[in-house]
Design a protein. Structure first.
Lengths: 114, 251
């Protein structure tokens, strides 16, 4: 079970985020849910690169050659978080424009553009 | 589509995908005790090949530097989109001397907030600079340090007047920081081509292991990323705060 837990946590984050997106009635809430979905990928990536009894992939106090976890996935997560934050800002800017033009943030209240 | 219909569709999708997800989870490699071929290759070769001790920075700025260049442009695109969307209606010229929006309370800062902010703000900026500069030695790098520095700028907003904050947050400088960072990254990648090497090939002197200036070309790429992230986040903060103001007659 312990071995399954990381993957189930990621699946749960993905599922609960999608549930929030499906039932959302506010764009700000929806963007928050999208971030939850995105965090599922962080959990997956970091768990894939984990290794028992290994240190960080930074050889500052310890000499090179000490067992270390995978730096590749950590680098992926690092850039992912920064890009994710700016993409959230872009989506929030869209929500600001939406509220200015239509006076609502409810996805249900919007009709397709003509 | 109504809310009920969407929930129903979601339930059907969960019913189909949940068992599949469990099967995938059961068949994943054993957590924490499987092969890590790429990570091990980086961990075993890079300290000797590039004289640096932070493998995450090595992956970001050297091993898969080209991918980071792509991510850098995603960042620039997202920030540009945000700025265009928010500036669109206000007009570009009107942002340099904002006035208080009518009906919005401008609460005076308490002395405790001003004191804490003025003490902590510069400390956070300095810490961000430290994180940027030690990218190749200790945990950190341009991405993290850029975010730390821009949050330090936001802390200065909390303890200063908005007008004062805008006096040192010049949109033009931040634009230049954002775009210039991406440009320096591209130039740093293209420069080795002039010497007959490959794109982003690390042909600069590598320095001493565990030295702040080790890593050769990674130092330039790291500084470029820090510039772009710092400029991008500061611009986003600036434009969102600007949304709460209205433009005043600019000369």
């Amino acid at each position: 079970m312990t071995a399954l837990l990381p993957w189930l946590v990621a699946a749960w984050l993905l599922g609960i985020g999608l549930y929030g997106i499906v039932t959302s009635s506010n764009y700000i809430h929806l963007i928050g849910c999208l971030n939850v979905v995105q965090s599922a990928t962080y959990v997956i990536l970091l768990c894939v690169g984990y290794r028992w009894n290994a240190g960080p992939p930074i050889f500052d106090p310890q000499p090179p050659g000490t067992p270390a976890v995978d730096p590749v996935v950590q680098a992926l997560v690092l850039t992912d978080i920064v890009i994710g934050a700016t993409v959230s800002a872009l989506l929030l800017a869209l929500a600001v424009q939406l509220h200015k033009r239509k006076g609502t943030l409810d996805p249900e209240a919007l009709r397709p553009m003509r | 589509m109504t809310r009920t219909a969407r929930l129903l569709l979601f339930a059907v999708a969960v019913l189909v995908l949940a068992p599949a997800g469990v099967v995938v989870a059961m068949n994943m490699p054993a957590f924490g005790s499987h092969e890590l071929p790429y990570g091990d290759a980086v961990n075993s070769t890079i300290p000797a090949a590039r004289h640096i001790s932070n493998m995450v920075s090595a992956v970001n700025f050297d091993v898969r530097g080209l991918d980071t260049l792509g991510e850098e442009f995603m960042l620039v695109c997202a920030v540009t989109g945000t700025v265009v969307l928010l500036r669109g209606e206000r007009g570009e010229k009107l942002t340099s001397h904002p006035a208080q929006m009518r009906g919005r309370l401008n609460a005076p800062r308490s002395d405790a907030l001003v004191l804490t902010g003025r003490l902590m703000g510069p400390m956070v900026l300095l810490f961000g600079l430290y994180v940027v500069l030690h990218a190749t030695v200790t945990p950190g790098g341009g991405f993290q340090g850029g975010v730390v520095i821009s949050s330090g700028l936001l802390l200065l907003y909390l303890c200063e007047d908005y007008q004062t904050w805008r006096w040192f947050m010049r949109a033009g400088w931040l634009d230049a920081c954002e775009g210039g960072g991406a440009l320096i990254f591209v130039l740093a990648g293209a420069a080795p081509l002039c010497f007959g090497a490959h794109f982003l090939q690390n042909i600069m002197p590598l320095g001493k292991f565990r030295d702040m200036l080790s890593g050769g070309l990674m130092q330039i790429v790291n500084a470029a990323v820090a510039c772009a992230v710092l400029g991008g986040f500061a611009l986003v903060f600036l434009e969102f705060l600007e949304e709460t103001r209205e433009p005043r007659g600019d000369p």
